[in-house]
Design a protein. Sequence first.
Length: 112
Amino acid sequence: METTIAAPKASPAEQTDFLLLQGTDYVEFYVGNAKQAAHYYKTAFGFQSLAYLGPETGTKDRVSYAIRQNKLTFLLTTPLRLNNPTADHIRVAWRWREGARAQSRGRDFRLH
C-alpha cells in the first residue's frame, strides 16, 4: 500500500486578494424608513448621530442618516421619490429580502 502526500495548501496570506481594498469608508443600507432605522441603531447598539442629508439640506430625492460607532459608519438611506436608483434598488431587494451598498476608498460595490 502506497502513501500519497498532498502538497500543502497555500496560507490565506499567500492567496491573491481579488478586491484590493485599502479600507471601508461606510456601508450604506437602503431602508424603508431611515429615521426609524437610525433611531433603532442608536438606541439598541449605541451608535451616535454623525450627519443628515435630506430636503432641508438641499437633497430632494432621498433622506440619509449617517451614524457611527467607533470605526464603523452606517449610512441609512430612504428614497423620497419612486423614480430614482435608490427606490429601484429597494424594489429589487424586497424580492430577495436583502440589500446593501458598501463604499470603499475609490470604489463603489453593490452587495446583493
